[in-house]
Design a protein around this ligand. Structure first.
Ligand SMILES: NC(=O)c1ccc[n+]([C@@H]2O[C@H](COP(=O)([O-])OP(=O)(O)OC[C@H]3O[C@@H](n4cnc5c(N)ncnc54)[C@H](OP(=O)(O)O)[C@@H]3O)[C@@H](O)[C@H]2O)c1
Length: 305
């Protein structure tokens, strides 16, 4: 294992100097270059910024070097990890999340989110107080829990019953505590993300004529990857410093959404259950009005059509 750190330095050295950074470009980091993080990296590269990007996996460093100038290993559950490289940057996207497993381990959730944000807090404490910084944190509309389909804006009380939602709310509090005269903190609460490689409409359509083992009466919410990326750029352009729901315009139940997709495709409807099959339920008509009032527009307002 002695050669691994050298390989990391080599990738970082090779990545450096690959391309010119625009004079107007900023120095930005993406903590967690997963589905959203990678797409943001592509957009930010086009805008001419110098980028740092993280992964937990050494074997991903080479691929990441294609997307960012300085690929880094960051694993918030590893006590040797540091985020000291973020100290002098102009902007940071916080987009790490526990890797998906069928079983949610709440201890791992806590360690990943809260441990990672503690490391970020420690690193940012060392920066000069007056240096401007834009932070964007990707949270989830899951924090609203079961509101029985009620219209839901950013001001409502968050669910504290489910431990995952409790962790996500604590993560929001931690990132908010970094706000200062010079540090803007924008929190986006995202709906379920879909787009290339995460084809939720196709997944829903695959249920046509069958039975979906979920409660079709619950109201979920969604956002297309393209709009998630555009919202992150919008936050940077407009120095956003508040919390916003980031969802499309669809405010219907899972059953209604699948019915519309099936009708449009000329397929038989799917049946859904009418009872919850999981203890973490999102059932809320989540409003995107606050972000739209600032002038943000959606390129994918609905999954249907
Ligand atoms: N996906 C959704 O539908 C959805 C909905 C609402 C909110 N969100 C939020 O949006 C953000 C981005 O989601 P996504 O779908 O892009 O996630 P993703 O594809 O699962 O990517 C997660 C990233 O976090 C990294 N990561 C995993 N464990 C980590 C740890 N312990 N320490 C540091 N980094 C770690 C992963 O590293 P590797 O590169 O090694 O895999 C990966 O780069 C997340 O904060 C998520 O909670 C997602």
């Amino acid at each position: 294992m002695t050669s691994s750190p050298d390989l990391t330095s080599l990738y970082q050295m090779l990545a450096k100097g690959q391309r010119p950074i625009l004079p107007s470009g900023e120095q930005r980091a993406i903590l967690g270059c997963g589905y959203v993080g990678q797409a943001v990296a592509k957009a930010w590269r086009q805008e001419g910024h110098e980028l740092w990007g993280t992964t937990t996996r050494r074997e991903r460093l080479a691929a990441l070097a294609e997307l960012v100038d300085t690929p880094m290993i960051f694993d918030s559950t590893d006590s040797r990890t540091s985020l000291s490289f973020t100290e002098g940057l102009d902007g940071i996207l916080v987009s790490f999340a526990p890797s998906k497993t069928s079983h949610v381990d709440i201890h791992h959730y806590r360690e990943t989110f809260l441990g990672g944000l503690k490391l970020l807090t420690d690193a940012l404490q060392k920066r000069p107080r007056e240096t401007p910084l834009q932070l964007v944190h990707l949270s989830s509309c899951g924090v609203y829990g079961n509101r029985h389909g009620a219209l839901t804006d950013e001001s409502v009380r968050l669910d504290s019953l489910h431990p995952v939602n409790e962790v996500l709310a604590m993560a929001e509090d931690m990132i908010q505590s970094l706000r200062s005269e010079s540090v803007n903190v924008c929190i986006f609460r995202l709906g379920g993300i879909y787009g290339p490689g995460r084809d939720i409409p196709a997944m829903l359509l695959s249920a046509a004529g069958g039975v979906v083992q979920r409660n079709g009466q619950n109201v979920p919410c969604w956002i297309h990857l393209d709009d998630a990326v555009r919202a992150v750029s919008f936050a940077f352009e407009h120095n956003l410093n508040d919390t916003y729901n980031l969802v499309n315009d669809t405010q219907c139940t899972g059953q209604e959404l699948t019915d519309r997709l099936c009708e449009q495709a000329g397929l038989p409807l799917a049946k859904w259950l009418t009872i919850d099959t999981t203890d973490r339920v999102l059932n809320a008509r989540v409003s995107n009005a606050k972000l739209k009032q600032l002038g943000f527009t959606l390129t994918h307002p609905s999954m249907v059509g």
